[in-house]
Design a protein around this ligand. Structure first.
Ligand code: ZN
Length: 258
């Protein structure tokens, strides 16, 4: 058993109580949930992949179209890290909460599919996924697993088996709109829930960062677990400024086994 400070212990217990009392809990996850799995937060400067180059520009739809080789150089190490990553204890604890009926859905800003790898079923992916690729010409969609190994190895963008045009990973790049279906599902979940837990997100990227506010406005409780402050910590019922991979399993343990 890990021992926590009295303050953290109280917060964990309170968070677990909120989960037990809720009928429709939803979790919103961000990059911080996957850093314990070795995937860098590629939005934060200094630590992330985006600081190597001009991240906002490189990760854009425009770069993909006009300078695909630059895009590939940026994307290759990320693709390799993501495909080799394994879910951590936070992913697994959330999957268990869902399985036991304490969690309706996970809304995620991550593109690594680690929630699904951990066994979560209802995952709303706001920034797309690395699991599939879509043709930029004919919109034929393929399973990324068939292409990723050779892409990581030789750095050539995979081509469409039907029309030979470039296949683009189904992740949302800068300059692209959020996927409409995912966005309406996320809004619905946020408006319908009676408890939202934000985990590993600094709530800096709009419009996803606005979802907890929608939940709060409809009277939902809010838990925030992140290693830095967010704009909503002042309004949260519980805010824990610690590692998600330690805190979430502790909360789940208490929800599931008392
Ligand atoms: Zn095609």
């Amino acid at each position: 058993m890990i021992s926590f400070s009295p303050r953290t212990q109280t917060s964990i217990e309170f968070a677990a109580d909120l989960f037990r009392q809720s009928k429709h809990a939803v979790v919103l996850t961000g990059a911080g949930l996957s850093t314990p799995s070795g995937i860098p937060d590629f939005r934060s400067t200094g630590t992330g992949l985006w600081s190597r180059d001009e991240p906002l520009e490189v990760a854009s739809l425009n770069t993909f179209r006009t300078a695909p080789q630059r895009f590939v150089e940026w994307f290759r190490p990320l693709a390799s890290q993501i495909f080799n990553a394994q879910p951590n204890s936070a992913h697994c604890a959330l999957a268990e909460l869902e399985k036991a009926g304490h969690l309706d859905a996970i809304i995620t800003q991550n593109i690594d599919s680690l929630h699904q790898k951990a066994g979560s079923k209802t995952v709303i992916e706001m920034h797309g996924t690395m699991q599939t690729l879509t043709c930029t010409q004919c919109y034929h969609q393929v399973d990324a697993a068939l292409y990723i190994a050779s892409f990581v190895e030789n750095g050539e963008l995979p081509r469409c088996p039907k029309c030979d045009q470039t296949l683009k990973p189904d992740v949302i790049l800068f300059g692209e709109q959020l996927p409409q279906t995912a966005w309406s599902k996320a809004q619905q979940a946020a408006r319908h829930c009676d408890l939202m837990m934000v985990a590993g997100s600094s709530l800096e990227v709009l419009p996803v960062a606005g979802l907890p506010m929608q939940a709060l406005d409809r009277g939902a409780h809010l838990i925030i677990i992140n290693n830095s402050e967010t704009y909503l910590n002042v309004r949260a019922d519980v805010a824990i400024l610690e590692d998600v991979a330690v805190i979430i399993p502790a909360i789940a343990e208490r929800v599931l086994h008392g």
